[in-house]
Design a protein around this ligand. Structure first.
Ligand code: FAD
Length: 503
């Protein structure tokens, strides 16, 4: 048995890698293992949402992701008699530095997140929880086994999670009947710089701009009368001709696969010292490009909490907020993707009429409204996620209400650059208001024993509450834990004693 670790991260997909990066930034002792010998080379999830970029900015990844990705993408919806264009960028979200959907292959994303640093060819086969830790058995490619003891284990090991099975957590839901075909390839005749959706009475076909390892990602529902089994280029071409008509020629596939989609969620995200995150906790259709993004944000909700507890600045109660905050987000994603998928694939005549005849008539009107597009984009971009109902979100006396950030909301980047204040790992106290005298003795109490854990920023009239005086406490993941009006910091101290105790 090796020295006990703080955290064992099982699985080095995007969720595990994001978690590892956050644990590393807090100096926690951890290992990240993955059963596969090599980094994934397939494109898989290819859209990164603005909120994910914001969350990864503090760890130093966002600039590199943006540099490698493609952001100026339009969506072209090819309907029976017309083509509608919808920009996926620059749509009136002025409170984020990333007002666009970033297209980048998952292989590239994992490379940026540090996929090379995981211990590969190392598989978790068993775990047993004890009072003060978890004993894990990991097996290497040469069949040797090692016992690893960790205070906490996080299962980021995907849809078929061993951690979930070992922890006895049910994975409830269903599989969709349709089969999907997916390929990374070259397409002659397709307009570059745009994503293309062909919505026809027979089925749906999508092409997304990739860049690497091929120019395009193709995604289609296999028509019911097409042969089962593996897919080849000939079949993909046949389906494309059926959905699009002539004019597109597919060639040079780098990756082709057939898969079924599921809609399933873990019954719990925590069992004692064992946690689940990412696909281990929820899997669903790719509608809205939420899967990988939700997983990364699970990880970044959990990592700082584990770090706080391991370093003695957090309690079990803080760890409980992981499930309280992320399970509702997971359930919403399952519901939303299920609805979108069901509408998109239904053979019910009424839904088909609405989808194929009414939507094409109404969509251009809806798309003309920047406000409507902005509202839809806020939901998909995950900027609208909040934890207002979390026990760790507390509105103090005279807290600002409508139209201003509240406890549980994310810190907006308004004015631009505000999120940069909170890039240093830790908690951040924002004091807002012009010519306000903040009581020094109270500030001493707030910061005492919290050097390196809590940073105070005087915003003056800048910031999300222009009138002031308002004080807001931002958690390490960029969400407000506490917001109150006035300069009395007594209730803030009560909040901090509970959620950021000093030793
Ligand atoms: C074919 C395909 C296409 C997809 N397309 C899209 C898309 O277009 N958009 C989108 O948002 N999402 C898409 N997804 C889903 C997206 O890839 C996932 O949501 C995302 O990868 C989840 O990341 P994760 O880190 O939670 O899990 P994963 O990426 O599945 O990573 C889990 C890791 O755990 C490792 N592992 C498993 N068991 C063990 C064990 N016992 N011990 C050690 N390691 C273990 C695995 O090797 C793997 O590396 C697609 C998925 C597939 C399969």
């Amino acid at each position: 048995m090796t020295e006990p670790l703080d955290v064992l991260v099982v699985g080095a997909g995007p969720t595990g890698l994001a978690l590892a990066a956050q644990l590393r930034s807090y100096g926690v002792t951890f290992r990240i293992i993955d059963r596969s010998l090599d980094l994934a080379h397939e494109s898989r999830a290819l859209a990164i949402q603005p909120r994910t970029l914001e969350a990864l900015a503090g760890l130093g990844f966002a600039d590199e992701l943006v540099a490698r990705g493609n952001q100026a993408v339009q969506l072209r919806m090819h309907l029976p008699r017309r083509v509608l264009s919808l920009p996926l960028f620059d749509i009136g979200c002025d409170d984020t530095p990333y007002p666009f959907l970033l297209f980048l292959s998952q292989a590239e994303t994992e490379d940026v997140l540090g996929g090379q640093r995981a211990e590969r060819g190392t598989e978790l086969v068993k775990l047993s929880a004890e009072d003060d830790g978890v004993v894990c058995v990991v097996r290497r490619g040469d069949s040797t086994e090692e016992q690893v003891r960790a205070r906490y284990v996080v299962g980021c090991d995907g849809a078929h999670s061993t951690v979930r099975a070992e922890a006895g957590i049910a994975f409830e839901g269903r599989a969709y009947p349709q089969t999907f075909l997916l390929a990374d390839l070259e397409v002659d005749g397709l307009e570059a710089g745009a994503a293309h959706a062909y919505l026809t009475a027979v089925g749906m076909l999508f092409f997304f701009p990739l860049g690497s390892p091929a120019s395009w990602r193709m995604l289609a529902i296999r028509p019911p009368d097409a042969p089962d089994g593996d897919v080849d280029l000939g079949q993909l071409q046949e389906i494309t001709d059926r959905y699009v008509g002539e004019g597109l020629r597919l060639r040079d596939p780098v990756w082709m696969t057939v898969f079924r989609l599921h809609n399933r969620g873990a019954a719990r995200y925590r069992s004692g010292r064992v946690f689940l995150a990412g696909d281990a906790a929820h899997i669903h259709s790719p509608a809205g490009a939420q899967g990988m993004n939700t997983g990364i944000q699970d990880a970044l909700n959990l990592g700082w909490k584990l770090a706080a507890v391991c370093r003695g600045n957090g309690t079990e109660e803080l760890l409980d907020t992981y499930e309280a905050e992320r399970a509702p987000v997971g359930r919403t994603v399952l519901r939303f993707t299920d609805r979108a998928f069901t509408i998109g694939t239904s053979r019910n005549p009424v839904i088909r009429l609405a989808r194929n005849r009414l939507a094409p008539l109404l969509a251009p009107l809806a798309l003309r409204s920047t406000r409507l597009r902005g509202a839809a984009f806020r939901t998909l971009s995950e900027l609208a996620i909040h934890y207002r109902r979390s026990p760790a979100s507390v509105a103090g006396p005279h807290a600002p209400r409508r139209g201003r950030p509240r406890a549980g909301d994310r810190l907006p980047d308004l004015p631009r650059g505000l999120q940069g204040y909170t890039a240093i790992p830790g908690w951040h106290l924002l004091l807002a208001g012009q010519d306000v005298v903040w009581p020094e003795r109270s500030l001493d109490v707030v910061t005492r024993g919290r050097a390196g854990l809590l940073t105070v920023h005087w915003l003056g009239s800048e910031g999300p509450w222009p009138g002031g005086p308002v004080h807001g406490l931002v958690r390490p993941d960029g969400y407000f834990g506490y917001v109150a009006g006035g300069t009395d910091l007594e209730e803030l101290c009560v909040y901090l004693d509970r959620w950021l105790p000093t030793e």
